[in-house]
Design a protein around this ligand. Structure first.
Ligand SMILES: NC(=O)C1=CN([C@@H]2O[C@H](COP(=O)(O)OP(=O)(O)OC[C@H]3O[C@@H](n4cnc5c(N)ncnc54)[C@H](O)[C@@H]3O)[C@@H](O)[C@H]2O)C=CC1
Ligand SMILES: O=C([O-])CC(=O)C(=O)O
Length: 345
């Protein structure tokens, strides 16, 4: 799915590609939580994108510094740093969420607390639900037409929270609201490529479900040339489902994956922008869906000028994957309901 884009290629687009992207409509992207562990490297990668004309960095702290720093990179995107109150960079008086969001085509949200060892993503709910709620209220007010990409965990619940807030405000458009599950895809690609001894750029694993533990279901049976033993298949599947824990444990209390997530968030946003600029692109995302009994479900989606143009199917599951699927559905339904109840109760 992400065959051509490596970090190296971010900085070395062919001149034809740059010319094509610069000639397409210039887009504004807002990053909410831009001073954080994910927010900073994500903002840097987005600053390198020729598709972006304006990059708004919003956080409750630190964005004047992040924006000033990024602004010295010689790429076309103008950068602004916004805080809830005065203190933005460049100094223009009282700035805020409204300034960051007004005119935004895409809003990427990595705001919120990360896990520590021993926690599940659901343990973040109490803190992050309120953060996402506030930020989405801002989106509803200042840029209701924007495509929203939610990174803040637990994604399985924060996306339903966002949907319910947008419904309350009368601006919900299921084509414009996505949970970012790209990290699961790039993890699956990384692990499968290592197993197969091939370049990860040549691997494209479909990952369906949600973004937490057993709700993450990589469909390795659909990957051509991948023939693990039963034990290997079990190990790589579970590693993909619980890859986040590996990083949380290695960081030993200082947070969860940030750099690789920034890369995943960048890949996701670039594809959304390609779609908005008229290309037909396919990537997995956690969106409103009729494919299963879950109201929201991650699967391949076609992106285009209106955001998610089509929720695509995910093909045939092996018996092994079907067993995981059956276990996943009640979990995912519970996490979706928890998000909806937070807003509606
Ligand atoms: N969807 C995914 O695949 C992944 C999601 N995550 C999630 O992303 C979130 C952020 O992780 P990190 O960047 O590591 O955390 P972090 O703590 O380093 O950064 C979070 C940032 O959010 C900001 N923030 C808090 N409240 C805010 C508000 N009301 N408005 C704007 N900004 C606000 C903080 O000031 C901070 O700068 C976590 O919830 C984490 O679990 C992390 C990795 C992968
Ligand atoms: O594990 C976490 O808490 C962060 C995350 O979502 C991931 O790395 O996939």
């Amino acid at each position: 799915m992400f065959t051509a884009r490596s970090l190296a290629s971010v900085a070395s687009y062919s001149s034809a590609s740059v010319a094509r992207q610069m000639s397409s409509a210039s887009k504004k992207v807002a990053v909410l939580g831009a001073a954080g562990g994910i927010g900073q490297p994500l903002s840097m990668l987005l600053k390198l994108s020729p598709a972006i004309g304006e990059l708004a960095c919003y956080d409750i702290v630190g964005t004047p510094g992040v924006a000033a720093d990024l602004s010295h990179i010689p790429t076309r995107a103008r950068v602004s740093g916004c805080l809830p109150a005065a203190g933005a960079w460049p100094p223009r008086g009282n700035e805020g969420l409204g300034e960051a969001l007004t005119g935004a085509d895409v809003v990427v949200i990595p705001a919120g607390v990360p896990r520590k060892p021993g926690m599940t993503r659901d343990d973040l709910f109490n803190t992050n639900a309120g953060i996402v709620k506030t930020l989405i209220q801002g989106v509803a007010e200042f840029c209701p037409e924007a495509v929203i990409a939610i990174i803040s965990n637990p994604v399985n619940s924060t996306v339903p929270i966002a949907a319910e807030i947008l419904k309350q405000k009368g601006v919900y458009n299921p084509r414009k609201l996505c949970g970012v599950t790209t990290f699961d895809v790039i993890r699956a690609n990384t692990f499968a490529a290592a197993h197969m001894g091939v370049d990860p750029a040549s691997v494209d694993v479909t990952v369906i479900g949600g973004h937490a533990g057993i709700t993450i279901l990589p469909l390795y049976s659909q990957l051509e040339g991948f023939a693990p033993s039963d034990a290997e298949r079990e190990a790589i599947t579970v590693r993909t489902q619980f890859g986040g824990d590996e990083v949380v444990q290695a960081k030993a209390g200082s947070g969860s994956a940030t750099l690789s997530m920034a890369y995943a968030g960048y890949l996701f946003t670039e594809k959304v922008l390609q779609g908005l600029n008229g290309e037909k692109v396919t990537q997995c995302a956690y969106v409103q869906s009729d494919l299963t009994d879950c109201k929201y479900f991650a699967s391949p989606c076609e992106f285009g000028p209106n955001g998610v143009e089509k929720v695509l199917g995910y093909g045939t599951l092996s018996a092994y994957e079907q067993a995981w699927f059956d276990k996943m559905i009640p979990d995912l339904q519970k996490q979706i309901k928890k998000g909806e109840d937070f807003v509606n109760a």
